[in-house]
Structures are given as C-alpha cells and as structure tokens.
Design a protein around this ligand. Structure first.
Ligand code: NAD
Length: 325
C-alpha cells in the first residue's frame, strides 16, 4: 500500500533558501489528492507560491492553523530557538492544536537540547503524534534539484520510516535517507559532518594560499590534493580559490552558497556538542571565532563560507602569476 494513500494535506513552515525550493518541489510533485499548506513569518514567498500553484498550495494563517490542516508537517527554520518557538512556546504554536496521529519532521540544523525538548513536549501533549529531527545536506542547489540527503533521528526499524521516506523522496535523493539511531541523532550526525566541512573551508583556504604564494598553479595544486592524502570534497567541488572549480560559489563572487552565519551557527553547535560530551575539541572555538568575525563584517555576511579564502587575504587574481592561465 502507498504510505501516502490516506494523506490529504502536507504542511511546510519556513520558506527561506532551503524551504522555498522544497515547497516548489512538493507543489510540483505531490500526488493530485494531496494539497500543500505553507507558512512563513514573511508572507511574500507563500503568496507567490499560492499564485503560481492555485488550488494546490494554500497559505496558513500561523503554525497552529497549518498544523490543524496537515497530516504531515515539515519545518525548515534557522535555529533551535525558532524551532522551539514554532512547535512549543511561540504564539499559535503547532502544539496548541490536536496533533493526534500526525507526523512532524524538523529538517532544520539545530542543537540536541531543543530537538529533544520539542519531542518530549509533543509526546506529552499528543502521545500518538510522531516528531523526528531530520536535518539535511545538499544546500540550496540540492533543495532545488530535490537531491537532499536526510539524517533521520530514528532507528532503521522505525515503523514510520516508510511514511517518512515516501514524503521526503519528493525533496530528497531517492537513496539518501540515513536513519542515525534514535531521537536527536540526526542533529548529532549533521553537526559532526558540518564540523568537518567548516574546518575544511578554512584549512583548504590556508593550504591553497600557501601553495599559490609558494609558486604552484592552484589548478595543479587542486589536482595534487585530489590524488594525495589531503583529498577532500571542499578542495574538489567547492574550492575556495576563484576560478579553480568553475561551478563553485568562489568562482561567482562567493554566491550562492552556505552563508558565513550558518557556518558560524553549525560550528557553534559542534563546540557545544563537544563540550557536553567532554571531548577535547582543539579547533572548534577558533573556527567559530573566524566565522563570527566574518559574519560581523558587511563585505562577508552574505557570502558563502568559503570566502574565508578572501578573509585570509588569499590571491584571487592568481591567473596573472601563471601565464598559461
Ligand atoms: P533561511 O534563513 O534562508 O530561511 C529560514 C526561513 O524561516 C525564513 O524564510 C524565515 O522567515 C523563516 N522563519 C524564521 N522564523 C520563523 C517563524 N517563527 N515562523 C515561520 N517562519 C520563520 O535559512 P535556510 O538557509 O533556509 O536554512 C534553514 C535551515 O536549514 C537552517 O537550520 C540551516 O542551518 C539548514 N541548512 C541550510 C543549508 C543552506 O545551504 N542554506 C544547507 C543545509 C542545511
């Protein structure tokens, strides 16, 4: 049986860089019998969706209104306090209505304290409702192309998994749903992963800068890194040096991409996770401070976090140094 057979409405709250393209994919691909409810504190994106997909997309008045009209509710919000506010403590919060048998999936990247607090509140308030953390990888391009990977806060044996994957396959890579082992483990997985990608942004920038100034063509250096022990996806696909990877944000003025402020937030989540676990975390605070400084500067705030290469003073017009460039 199709797990979505008895579902007539899905809701999505948070129509930003990630949520809006997810909503567009849902509007275009959800079966005819399922409508989409949307809500954002700023109504412009919801208005535009309703105009573009009349009859399919409906704008809810607030989170409670959306929850009362939807059997499955997705949220894609900036941080833990926003998620707590929308589900629990804010005006017209989701949990102010009857959530019996509803599926709630929070796709935001947040801390384990808030996700567990929201889950506990929902369980007490509506025992038959199911709340999961389900953060994503893939960025706004993955959201547009519906190729997101989901880190699910559940076990592989969770009975809701068929329903979860049935809805998320409209926004995600068919095979990329990773049950991470229980409540909040999606957040733990995502935080650990982003700690690596955040630090790689800094380390690759430093390595490329020292290599170029040492005299090597950055395209050649990128090839060397690819074939050596330093091999990593930031150097290969999102190289921070402009012009090395034509499709990377660095080659387009560091836009679009994963903004400096989001990386500051995620490294902060990692520092906190490490502190809670009693881990020795040697670079977390330093990396956090770098992104916090960049976020405080007008010229970096709106840029992809790999603009750390520019922040370090890396040579951007390196083509002048290599005559055959
Ligand atoms: P964003 O700031 O672009 O969008 C967030 C949206 O939520 C905004 O439209 C905002 O108006 C809305 N919002 C905030 N508070 C609200 C509230 N109380 N009620 C209703 N709407 C509210 O952020 P984003 O880039 O879409 O990121 C969302 C989440 O996804 C973050 O946790 C981020 O870390 C994570 N993420 C982002 C990327 C990326 O590349 N942007 C990649 C992976 C994960």
């Amino acid at each position: 049986m199709d797990p979505l057979q008895n579902i007539t409405s899905v809701g999505l709250i948070g129509l930003g860089a990630m949520g809006l393209p997810m909503a567009i994919n849902l509007a275009q691909k959800l079966p005819a019998h399922i409508t989409l409810q949307v809500y954002d504190v700023f109504p412009a994106a919801a208005n535009a969706l309703c105009t573009k997909y009349p009859g399919k997309v409906h704008q809810a008045a607030n989170p409670a209104d959306l929850a009362s009209k939807s059997s499955i509710i997705l949220t894609m919000l900036p941080g833990g306090s926003d998620v707590h506010s929308v589900f629990v403590s804010g005006p017209n919060a989701i949990s102010s209505v009857d959530l019996a048998d509803k599926l709630l999936l929070d796709c935001s990247t947040i801390d384990t304290t808030n996700t567990l607090a929201v889950k506990a509140h929902i369980s007490t308030h509506s025992p038959s409702a199911s709340f999961y953390d389900a953060p994503v990888s893939g960025g706004s391009i993955g959201a547009e192309r519906a190729t997101l990977t989901f880190y699910l806060g559940c076990h592989a044996s969770d009975p809701n998994l068929p329903l979860i994957t049935a809805i998320l396959r409209y926004v995600g890579n068919e095979k990329a749903f990773i049950p991470c082992g229980g409540p909040s483990m999606g957040c733990v997985a995502k935080t650990s992963n982003n700690y690596i990608s955040g630090l790689l942004g800094i380390i690759v920038s430093e390595a490329m800068d020292m290599g170029i100034r040492g005299g090597i063509d950055p395209r050649l250096l990128a090839e060397v890194i690819k074939s050596g022990g330093g091999q990593n996806t930031v150097a290969e696909r999102w190289n921070p040096v402009p012009g090395v990877v034509p499709t990377a944000p660095s080659s387009h003025g560091y836009k679009p991409g994963f903004k400096v402020g989001l990386m500051r937030k995620d490294i902060g989540l990692a520092v906190e996770l490490a502190r809670k676990g009693g881990c020795r975390n040697l670079f977390g605070q330093q990396a956090h401070d770098v992104f916090a400084k960049m976020e405080g500067m007008d010229e970096f705030r709106e840029l992809d976090s790999k603009a750390v290469y520019r922040y370090l003073g890396g040579i951007e017009d390196w083509q002048k140094m290599f005559p055959d460039a």
